[in-house]
Design a protein around this ligand. Sequence first.
Ligand SMILES: NC(=O)C1=CN([C@@H]2O[C@H](COP(=O)(O)OP(=O)(O)OC[C@H]3O[C@@H](n4cnc5c(N)ncnc54)[C@H](OP(=O)(O)O)[C@@H]3O)[C@@H](O)[C@H]2O)C=CC1
Ligand SMILES: O=C(O)C1=N[C@H](C(=O)O)C[C@H](O)C1
Length: 269
Amino acid sequence: MIKVIIAGATGRMGRRVAHMVGEHPRLEYAAAFEATGNLHIGRDVGELLTGTRSGIVIRKGLEAVIDQGDVLIDFTFHKATMEFARLAARHGKAMVIGTTGLSPENLAELKELSRSFPCVQSPNMSICVNVLFKLAKKTAAVLGDDYDIEIIEAHHNRKKDAPSGTALKLGEMAAAGVNRNFSDVAVFERNGIVGERKPHEIGIQSIRAADIVGEHTILFAGPGERLEISHRAHSRDHFAKGAATAAAWVVEQECGLYSMFDVLGLQDF
Ligand SMILES: NC(=O)C1=CN([C@@H]2O[C@H](COP(=O)(O)OP(=O)(O)OC[C@H]3O[C@@H](n4cnc5c(N)ncnc54)[C@H](OP(=O)(O)O)[C@@H]3O)[C@@H](O)[C@H]2O)C=CC1
Ligand SMILES: O=C(O)C1=N[C@H](C(=O)O)C[C@H](O)C1
């Protein structure tokens, strides 16, 4: 069995990842940790999540558990994620990163670190969203410059980063489809007398409200018609299942930085 360490084990995603690791035929939940100050440190993770003892105690920090697993699954916070990646690289442990909000500098460092460990990093582990990424690029390429591209995302009111990592990736994919550099054309805010929309803009709007799990729409609007492609998450389980699939996959890979396109075989789609 492949031994899994879960970072941020008591977070919204950490809890669902625990469930999906338990359901996976080749994965075993080996260790859990949280950051200093977390109220759950020292508690049995099974007792906390399901009411049944598991024998896995929530430890303080990755260093306390790094030797207990083959692969680390991380849904935490970007600064913590980078610390974990440095440690995983030093120990040659595989890693799955779902945390969003990583900067271009973080991603460049991750690429460098991945010479020492195999790592899957993706802002969205859902199979449908990964198909949506591909559709965004293909649709943009077919419709071309006559269609305005806009992205709308909605998430729960506890989310810390905006726009979502998924919305940013959708923007990058659509921009690539029409041969634009996303960072040159992205518009994240419209407020006041902003003037007419420039034809090449790709706008991103973020909604934060209550318990919305995660919704993304990319729209292509042309004269007299528009196409909207949407994904709506009904729960966090498909993200967690994707992370478990990625964990079982990444332990068998050479050192390097991979995406869910690699895990799901979508690279050529
Ligand atoms: N790629 C994907 O498919 C998805 C990605 N995400 C991303 O995952 C991330 C987490 O989301 P979510 O689960 O909702 O967030 P939560 O805040 O519910 O969970 C984060 C967990 O990480 C813990 N944590 C924070 N810092 C550290 C640290 N230094 N060491 C150990 N644990 C730490 C938190 O502990 P504490 O509460 O004590 O701070 C908490 O338990 C976000 O970036 C989100 O965007 C979410 C869903 C899907
Ligand atoms: O924070 C979340 O909840 C989610 N974050 C990811 C993102 O930022 O894209 C993925 C998902 O939509 C849920």
